[in-house]
Design a protein around this ligand. Structure first.
Ligand code: 1PX
Length: 215
């Protein structure tokens, strides 16, 4: 299986990128954060084209952040902390309504950050699920508790329809490419604290700078 390994989604890879995204000083490296999302998008794409309206939006946001990272001021974007500082100090963030900076790094990352909360809730449900649990229900519950509040009706509707065609729990676990269910559960137990920590650090930073409602 060595040859196919890098094309297939593997939860372990995603776990590693989120681990790498935490610096010793508990800052979040944007490069690895974005790589984590790339891995998740890969997973989503392997579930079929029904999900492409979701992965397209995620890819678009990933690309915006990557273009800052690779741009002439890339050194300001090494961590989420430095990005926030740089964009705020230079007035590059539309604070209350969309204006001349509709694609700031801060507002773009906020969308992914909100989706990370969905992921945390969904993975926790998966981890504690039983054989007869439905992925579609777990996914919808996690969504309704998090991202849904930021989405207009049409998006909520479309998302709800996509959830319905999610593969069942055992097929879903297989796509995760970790091994037997016990191993998936163990890996989720390892992944969740990391994802939670990355989420919480970003949440605290955004709270501190009053950035949680950026347009
Ligand atoms: C091991 C399991 C891993 C599962 C991985 C699945 C990865 C999912 C990646 C979802 C990324 C979603 C980003 C959404 C960002 C967002 O909220 N964008 C909206 C606002 O952006 P704007 O620029 O207009 O302010 C935008 O309107 C979004 C449109 C697309 C629809 C988003 C629906 C999100 C549903 C999330 C659940 C994904 C279901 C995956 C099932 C496994």
């Amino acid at each position: 299986p060595v040859a196919s390994e890098d094309q297939r989604f593997c939860l372990r890879e995603v776990l590693d990128t989120f681990r790498l995204s935490l610096s010793e000083k508990k800052e979040v490296y944007l490069e690895h954060y974005v790589a984590g999302w790339r891995g998740l998008v890969k997973f989503l794409n392997s579930l079929g084209s029904v999900f492409s309206f979701i992965s397209k939006d995620a890819v678009n946001k990933i690309q915006i952040l990557v273009s800052y990272l690779n741009g002439e001021n890339g050194s300001q974007y090494v961590t989420v902390q430095s990005m926030v500082k740089y964009e705020l100090e230079n007035d590059f963030v539309d604070q209350t309504k969309r204006g001349s900076h509709p694609e700031s790094g801060c507002r773009t990352l906020l969308r992914l950050h909100r989706a990370l909360r969905w992921l945390e809730l969904f993975l926790e449900r998966l981890r504690t699920s039983t054989e007869d649990s439905k992925t579609s229900v777990m996914c919808a519950e996690a969504y309704n508790e998090s991202l849904a509040q930021y989405h207009p009706w049409v998006i909520r509707k479309a998302a709800g329809m996509a959830f319905c065609v999610l593969p069942g729990r055992s097929a879903f676990f297989e796509v995760m490419n970790v091994g037997p269910p016990e191993q998936v559960v163990a890996m989720l137990g390892e992944a969740l604290p990391l994802i939670s920590e990355v989420y919480q650090i970003t949440e605290d930073l955004y709270t501190q700078h009053n950035l949680l409602n950026l347009p």
